[in-house]
Design a protein. Structure first.
Length: 322
C-alpha cells in the first residue's frame, strides 16, 4: 500500500471492519485488512489464524500527527530559504533587469484625481507635469486643492516642475495659479509645443491619458509604474522642458503676433493646408483665414508667402516654439 493510500480518509468499510475486530469478530467477508494493518489500527493475531488484534486508534492518530508535523517542519525550513535564493538573482545575469508590473487602468476622473493626489502626497523627490491644452476656467475649489497639494510638496523639499501651453500665460486664472506655485518655489515653463498631458512622481509613477480602452470615460487614464517606461518618459519630459521658455520670461521680447497666430503658422510650416489646420487646432476655416489675414496686417505683408518666409526667419529668434 502506498503512502497516499495511507493518507486517504477512512471509508465506511474501514470503520465497520475495525468495529468488528474491536468486538472480537471477523472483518466483513471480502474486506482487505491491509490498510488497517498499515495504519497500525490492527495486527494479525499470532495465536488465532485469520484473527486480528485491535489497537487504540488514538495511538494511530498520534502517529499521523507526528508525521504531519515533521513534514510541515520540513516545508517551513524549505520556505525559509526562498528569500535568500531570490536575493541570489542579483548575481545571476546582473545586466538583465525587469521593471516589474506595468500599469493600472483608472476608469474615471474621480479615480484618476484620487490616485494622483495619493501619490503626490507621498512624493519625496520630484513632481513633473505637462498641461498641453489651451487653458480653460476650472473649478476654484479644484484649483485651491492643486495649490495646497503643490505647496505641501514644496515644503517637504520636493522639486516641482510644470510645463504649460504658452497660451496659458494670457489666461488670468491659470496665471494666478502659476504665480501661487512659483511663489512657493515651483519651476514653471511654457511652450507652443509642450508635449502630452502627464504627471510624473519620483521617477516611479506616471499618470497619462487613456489611449487603450475604447469608449472609456473621457478623463480616464493609466497609472504606469514600469521602471523602463517611466524612465523613458522622464527623458522625454526633459526634452520638452529644455525646449520651453521660463514662465517669467514670456513677454520680455514683444511679438507682433498672438499665440494663436504663431500656432497656425507652425501648422502651415509643418505642411498642413489651411483647410487641415482648422480641425487640428479646433478652429473653423473662416477663423483660420481671419487669423492669417490679421498676421499679415500686423507685419504689413501682402501675401501669405511673405508671411511664411518671415516665419522661417523668426523661428531662429523664437527658440521657445520648439
Amino acid at each position: 500500500m502506498s503512502e497516499l493510500d495511507r493518507q486517504e480518509p477512512l471509508t465506511q468499510q474501514d470503520i465497520e471492519a475495525y468495529r468488528c475486530i474491536a468486538e472480537t469478530q471477523q472483518p466483513p467477508a471480502g474486506y482487505d485488512v491491509t490498510r488497517l494493518v498499515t495504519m497500525r489500527l490492527v495486527d494479525p493475531d499470532p495465536y488465532t489464524p485469520g484473527g486480528y488484534i485491535p489497537h487504540d486508534p488514538r495511538a494511530a492518530a498520534q502517529s499521523i500527527t507526528t508525521a504531519a508535523l515533521r513534514s510541515l517542519s520540513s516545508i517551513v525550513h524549505q520556505l525559509n530559504q526562498v528569500p535568500a535564493l531570490e536575493r541570489l538573482a542579483d548575481d545571476f545575469d546582473p545586466h538583465r533587469l525587469y521593471g516589474g508590473p506595468g500599469s493600472e487602468f483608472l476608469p474615471s476622473a474621480a479615480q484618476m484625481n484620487a490616485r494622483v493626489g495619493e501619490v503626490c502626497t507621498a512624493a519625496a523627490d520630484e513632481i513633473c507635469s505637462i498641461q498641453p491644452g489651451e487653458p480653460a476656467d476650472r473649478d476654484p475649489a479644484i484649483l485651491r486643492l492643486g495649490v495646497e497639494r503643490t505647496r505641501s510638496a514644496l515644503l517637504r523639499g520636493v522639486h516641482v516642475r510644470s510645463l504649460y501651453h504658452r497660451s496659458a500665460h494670457d489666461h488670468a486664472q491659470t496665471r494666478d495659479y502659476v504665480a501661487a506655485m512659483m511663489a512657493d518655489g515651483a519651476e514653471v515653463r511654457a511652450s507652443s509645443a509642450p508635449g502630452p498631458r502627464l504627471v510624473m512622481v519620483d521617477r516611479q509613477h506616471l499618470f497619462i491619458d487613456n489611449h487603450v480602452i475604447d469608449g472609456a470615460e473621457g478623463n480616464s487614464g493609466w497609472h504606469v509604474f514600469d521602471r523602463a517606461a517611466v524612465a523613458w518618459v522622464r527623458s522625454l519630459f526633459d526634452l520638452f522642458w529644455n525646449m520651453a521658455v521660463r514662465w517669467q520670461d514670456i513677454g520680455v521680447t514683444a511679438s507682433p503676433l498672438t499665440e494663436r497666430q504663431w500656432r497656425i503658422l507652425r501648422e502651415l510650416a509643418a505642411g498642413y493646408t489651411q483647410e487641415q489646420v482648422g480641425p487640428r487646432i479646433k478652429l473653423s476655416r473662416r477663423a483660420v483665414d481671419k487669423e492669417i489675414a490679421a498676421a499679415r496686417d500686423a507685419l504689413s505683408f501682402r501675401t501669405t508667402f511673405q508671411l511664411m518666409a518671415w516665419y522661417g526667419r523668426a523661428q531662429q529668434e523664437r527658440p521657445s516654439d520648439g
